[in-house]
Design a protein around this ligand. Sequence first.
Ligand code: F6R
Ligand code: MG
Ligand code: MG
Length: 373
Amino acid sequence: MPVTISVIKADVGGLVGHTNMHPDLIDAAGEFLDAAVEAGTLHDHTVMAVGDDLELILTHGHGEESPDIHRLAWDCFVQCAEVADKLGLYGVGQDLREKTFAGNVTGLGPGSAEIELEDRASEPLLVFMADKTDAGCWNLPLFKMFGDPFNTPGLVIDPKMNKGYSYEVLDLHLDRVADIRLPEELYDLLALIGSVEHYGIRRVRRNTDNAVAACTSASKVFQLKGKSVGKDDPVMIVRAQSGYPSVGELTEPFAHPHMVAGWMRGSHWGPLMPVPFHQTGMNRFDGPPKVVCAGFQVTAGKLHGPVDIFDDPAFDGARREAIEIADYLRKMGPFEPHRFSEGGMEYTSMPHVLQKLEGRFRPASNPVAVEAK
Ligand code: F6R
Ligand code: MG
Ligand code: MG
């Protein structure tokens, strides 16, 4: 029987603003999902937190995009939001933007990534979870993992890998996808996914058999009640070993922090810092953007793990580099390119400022600055 792994996440309330998670929410989600395991709906689950996001890692036999599993996750988030409400946490129900569930969490606020795993003798996989950034943050690491032989020597020296991988590239604005095949279409892929705010990667497939190697929570950016949803604080599942990149080839892209969108007020660029599970607090300038990596062996639906992959001094250099980049950027204050350009900002006072100054603009050819009184 094929097993599906679903990672479904939402921010239902933060402990001290948008920075951390209250342990009672993790307990509430755990109890809710334990009952679903007992009822036979789930095989297994792990509940985690990154910054102010609650992450449900579920295994089951219902396949991808199952309304039953999405409803279960939705009901779990609603119950946790009630706990958050009682505790008076901040931003209660932030990612539960609709009152009623409509078949799939996508577009309602939560994010999800899912892979139906065909039988393998052993199933090692990694779940990456990030806060204070958006789906485009996976573009560069996914390129390196599955497309860059300087990162992944298996592409060159493992006969099970050297037919390459194809990327399902999602146009985040128009909700359309294109499959781009590597290595043949390397430059076309880079032309698209270098635009991290326009294109995300939804899936990566192995060319030899079309098996899904990676899936992210990238989805069209929906506008709900004046806010864009479905792009924030993304997750990604990646399969490892035996014809997929090794665990080390999957973690290597995070040895250098690349720049991602979404820091402070969803309006700033910052370095993506790999951190252990106990260091995901968004305590400096509501960040910096952080990523954790949970390693699992999935055996007959059971999740063995999580292994805290970035809890390793080998990533200390990346953390130091991220702090240096953060220090450098913060000196720029409200100036681009630390701050987004006007169009992409989640918060902006620009219309208000322009309205206030409307009568103050004069033709540039008029040299008189202030009328003499
Ligand atoms: C960014 C984020 C925070 C908030 C900021 C303002 O994703 O969650 O940086 O945008 O703390 O929050 P409000 O508007 O709730 O005061
Ligand atoms: Mg929040
Ligand atoms: Mg968040």
